[in-house]
Write a protein that binds this ligand. Sequence first.
Ligand code: PLP
Length: 398
Amino acid sequence: MTTRVERAPLAVLGGRPTFREPRHVGAPNVPPAGALERRLAGALRRRRLTNDGPLVQEFEAAVSRRLGVRHCIATCNATSGLMVLARALELSGEVIMPSFTFPGTAHAMRWLGLQPIFCDVDRASHTLDAATVAEAIGERTSAILGVHVWGRPCDTEALGDIAGRHGVELIFDAAPAFDCGRHGVKIGNHGRAEVVSFHATKVLNTFEGGAILTNDDELAERIRPMITFGFVDEDVVVGLGINAKMSEAAAAMGLAQLEQLPATIATNRAHHTRYRARLEELPGVAVVDYPNAAEANFHYVVLEIEPDVAPIDRDMLKRVLEAERVLARRYFFPGCHRMAPYAAERSTAGELPITEWLAARVLQLPTGTALAAEDVEAICTLVSRAFEDAELLRASLS
Ligand SMILES: *Cc1c(COP(=O)(O)O)cnc(C)c1O
């Protein structure tokens, strides 16, 4: 007879939580001590805190160089960047976008009085399905707004063909996709322009921040004054503008983090590899992959949990992890089309079966430099334990 080693129960069943401090999705990556402070001290010495200061200029140049894009216009966040871009392109009427995205994508357009029209996404890539986009284009469509979900770029060629054929703009919410690429071309170079986020939860952060990236000289020239009240010179305002500038403190953080970006991505990649190896052995679990490793930032660990195959469903797993202080997230549940204000508007282009399918299955796990390799192992062990104890969990929690 084999003796079974008694294990402590899962925390959700009364055991002690695995982690004392919560493990968050999107825990910030931070630069080494000194790299930020040194630059901030310079800003204080110069008494130059904002308004296109030397650190913002240095950061913009460094980002442009890294991505191989002609223009980087740093902003206070990606949402403002998207709004300024939409204004600069004089978008009107309807903008086609996925529902399977962060609500900020839709809000940025809706805030300007534009109507988001939600299309379905592709089952494999989780990004806009070009076929449904083509069907949704109508009289009032002025733009297609693709989102590089999980940093995996949209089918930029197919969307470009559709936009060209119908004479509408093509822009991208590249918020999660800094340093990612497609077929050897980094994000920032697709469509008319792309907007990246440097929010605290992103692969590279400036506390809060973003950037509009474009190779269109004329567009960049139009956007520059728009982020600073329309000013082009002292007392000279050339048009409607807003305040969407990046501060020197934010740029200092960005420069400090750029230095360690390769190391950050290497850590993300190691975590992702470890998660995949352990979790894909489990029934009904798929870990979203990055087929072209050289062009990915590996910043997102996303599971798809198949309810009829996995012994417990996504929501129960989330509950089990939460009790262990692993704060997994259901991004992008339930989809923008099921959130206010869009749920009450005529905002979808037909049914969104893949979006609904994904929203019922995805679960995002913590990763990034805040997490140690042992933490990843411990989280994987917890998921395995939850699957092993499925019957007990169902009996106790349902
Ligand atoms: C993070 C994110 C945003 C918002 O970016 P901010 O810089 O916080 O404004 C918008 N869209 C997507 C897809 C995002 O992931």
